[in-house]
Design a protein around this ligand. Structure first.
Ligand code: ZN
Ligand code: ZN
Length: 391
């Protein structure tokens, strides 16, 4: 769908900027562990789909390819294979896979999103400001009448804070509940609107999809049992008894629920009252599900359970933005629009399709006129979003 955003002129400007980045900043690209056992994938500007099943023996070989081809997106498997280039999948001989979590800002349901989502006609590329076409079902392109648009968001600081909050919550779970070491958890800005959390711990490499799915279930708070906080259903419909767990309420989900309900080991009667106030066992079960989902982490379950997936490679550029997938060692101070904005600042002349506001590398751009000259990093950002064209 995005191919048509990349008119030939745009492609040549963006590719030049990407190539320059890969030439100058090859050190920013992280060498994956056991590189020779990984499958690599690439996407190219103006071409649909992804080339997969590739293999590189060294970073030198990969770097040379990045400069030569300047791909739009670069991916590397979480899996380790004996023969990464082999097809079909089972012929690769799977040896294990890193555990990776994906927090995508667009899944968080932030209320601010419509206020900074621009519509771009999928047929002619006409761009409209956020106030227009709030009702997506009633979209009609002012230029060609096409009924379908891509909605591109320029994430605001609230969006980024929302994703950060989710990433922090995930890290808390991984440290406190799962018992991971700080040093095993690596948080990356995805390059557009979210975070990837990579786990570097041998104990998780061999987990099969079911075990990964169970872990996601735990982290997201689905399927929490009332029994775990001491409620026992008796045979009669909706009747229950309470026996608080012997091992206490001090850890994991029990602690979270206990804190939320303000109960402790002396609260059997209080808990009984809470359940009754909620309408009994079954109604309280619904309420507890809601609470748990609210306190759990919103991660994409499919991404984490897939052991044959390729992931954007740390240090490479994201063609949805021109920003790079960048490690964040301190989420509080990390600013993706500064720390992941690494393209050059040579001047590029673009025509913006609709007035836009953005802030990159601490410079504010408030572009209302049709033609504008701006630094490469800002021009590429807008072109990648489909909101500008190279002049
Ligand atoms: Zn159109
Ligand atoms: Zn926002």
């Amino acid at each position: 769908m995005r191919e048509n955003l990349f008119a030939a002129k745009n492609i040549s400007v963006i590719k030049k900027a990407f190539r320059e980045y890969y030439f100058n900043q090859s050190k920013a690209i992280e060498e994956p562990l056991k590189m020779e056992q990984r499958e690599f994938g690439f996407a190219h500007f103006g071409q649909a789909g992804m080339l997969r099943h590739l293999s590189f023996k060294s970073m030198k070989e990969l770097d040379a390819m990045l400069v030569r081809e300047a791909p739009s997106d670069v991916y590397c498997s979480n899996a380790y294979y004996r023969i990464p280039t082999q097809q079909p999948m089972q012929e690769k001989q799977w040896l294990g896979a890193d555990l990776i979590f994906d927090i995508d800002g667009k899944d968080l349901g932030m209320p601010c999103v419509p206020s900074h989502s621009y519509s771009v006609c999928i047929n002619c590329g006409y761009g409209s400001p956020p106030e227009k076409h709030k009702e997506r079902s009633s979209y009609s392109c002012p230029s060609c009448g096409c009924k379908k648009a891509d909605y591109v968001s320029i994430p605001c600081s609230k969006c980024i804070d929302g994703s950060k909050k989710e990433a922090r919550r995930l890290v808390d779970f991984l440290l406190g509940d799962i018992g991971l070491e700080h040093s095993a958890i690596h948080v990356y800005f995805s390059g557009n609107n979210g975070f990837h959390v990579h786990i570097n711990d041998d104990a998780f490499i061999s987990l099969d999809p079911q075990a990964r799915s169970d872990l996601v279930g735990y982290l997201s708070g689905t399927g929490l049992m009332l029994e775990s906080i001491g409620l026992r259903k008796t045979n009669t419909e909706d009747l229950f008894s309470i026996k608080l767990p012997k091992s206490g309420l001090a850890f994991g989900w029990r602690r979270r629920i206990a804190e939320r309900l303000k109960i402790d080991m002396a609260s059997a009667i209080k808990l009984k009252n809470i359940v009754n106030q909620n309408g009994g066992y079954n109604a309280f079960k619904v309420e507890l599900d809601r609470l748990a989902r609210d306190m759990g982490v919103r991660i994409d379950p499919q991404v984490t359970t897939d052991v044959h997936r390729v992931f954007r490679m740390p240090g490479t550029l994201n063609s949805k933005s021109g920003l790079s997938k960048t490690k964040s060692s301190d989420l509080n101070s990390f600013d993706p629009f500064v720390d992941a904005c690494l393209l050059g600042d040579g001047k590029v002349s673009v025509k913006v399709k609709t007035p836009v506001k953005l802030k990159l590398k601490r410079n504010s751009f408030n572009v209302s006129k049709e033609s504008a000259e701006m630094p490469t990093y800002a021009a590429v950002y807008l072109m990648c979003k489909g909101l500008a064209e190279a002049n």
